[in-house]
Unconditional design. Structure first.
Ligand SMILES: [Zn+2]
Length: 350
């Protein structure tokens, strides 16, 4: 083999996904190992190192064929130093990930926030392909996000740029967030947030509702239940969805005033709700941004063409892999900068 390979690592709270990838983005091999969070994640870098060494031996890759490792980790990260301030799901606090993984493997390592890397991946080969300015938001247990300006991930002075999930959307009386603040977007528009809003709504009144029946049967509800009940015409669930969508639309509009994106890509488990979520998000996004930012006027034709191209591409994808969720189809609303909902991020489900 002449071409150099890159190693991609996606570090999650339960699984570590790894892959050998060539420079065109083609995945040569991918595999998973479990995340061992015991002892505040002290074994994780060792496990990653061992897993890479084992796969390299299987493929008989030489060390000189590997360019380095790019790792996406959850939490607050200083990308330049490769330092994790805090990763709640992993158990790391003030952890020098870059240094530890370089020592373990002997390869150069680049560390970034997983949502930033997701944004970059979408721009490179995914739903944001062709966009130079992009916002990518992953709606799962939390709200992850990355902002791309002029083709580059924005990190800011201490690596916190693009953390839309921790944008304050309820300045007074908001729920507590994992970050230590209250009223963050994550507290209302993540799967956890939507569940909490729904439980609150059920507590406020005792009216008949499909959602209440689900709650009484299961003893709990999930964000998915809320969307399913809303689809069945349950007004309480629809009100919860509208609230979550309103805050998300507001936050996306506010963020979009900063980078005026070509595309906004929504992913993650919650985005599988499809048009049920997207329609109100677009409604509020439009309300809270400027017309030229929303993109209806100037880029109308350009977007139309792009949508046709995306439609063809997605049709091809569905043929190859079967229709994954029905959500990858081009969206019904008029041309806008939302490229759509990206099914490949569905494993980030809450
Ligand atoms: Zn927060």
């Amino acid at each position: 083999m002449n071409e150099m390979l890159n190693i991609g690592v996606d570090l999650g709270g339960t699984t570590i996904k790894m892959a050998f990838i060539d420079d065109s983005g083609k995945v040569i091999e991918k595999w998973n190992i479990k995340t061992d969070t015991a002892g505040n994640g002290k074994n994780i870098t060792r496990d990653i190192g061992h897993a890479i060494a084992q796969k390299m031996a299987e493929h008989q890759f030489r060390r000189t064929e590997i360019r380095g490792i790019g790792i996406g980790a959850p939490g607050f990260i200083d990308m330049r130093a490769g330092f994790i301030y805090r990763a709640v799901n992993i158990g790391w606090e003030n952890y020098p990930l870059k240094e530890a993984l370089e020592r373990q493997t002997g390869f150069p390592v680049i560390v970034d926030n997983d949502a930033n890397i997701a944004a970059f991946g979408e721009m490179w080969l995914g739903a944001g392909k062709g966009a130079n300015d992009l916002i990518c938001v992953t709606l799962g247990t939390g709200v992850g996000s990355g902002i791309i300006i002029n083709g580059d991930i924005v990190h800011g002075a201490s690596g916190m740029a693009g953390e839309i999930g921790h944008m304050t959307v309820i300045p007074k009386g908001g729920a507590a967030c994992n970050c230590g603040k209250t009223g963050c977007l994550e507290t209302v528009s993540s799967a956890t947030g939507i569940r909490r809003l729904a439980l609150e709504a059920l507590g406020y009144n005792d009216s008949e509702s499909i959602l209440r029946a689900v709650f009484e049967e299961k003893g709990d509800i999930s964000a998915e239940d809320v969307f399913n009940c809303a689809k069945k015409g349950d007004s309480l669930s629809a009100a919860v969805v509208d609230k979550a969508a309103c805050y998300l639309g507001y936050a996306l509009a506010a963020a979009s005033m900063v980078n005026n994106p070509d595309k906004v890509v929504l992913g993650g488990g919650v985005s599988q709700a499809g048009d049920m979520l997207l329609r109100p998000v677009i409604h509020y996004f439009k309300r809270y941004s400027l017309p030229k930012v929303f993109g209806r006027s100037d880029c109308d034709r350009k977007v139309r063409k792009r949508r046709r191209r995306d439609r063809r591409r997605l049709a091809g994808q569905n043929k190859d892999h079967g229709s994954p969720s029905g959500l990858t189809r081009p969206l019904a609303p008029p041309p806008h900068i939302f490229n759509g909902i990206h099914h490949r991020m569905k494993d980030k489900q809450a």
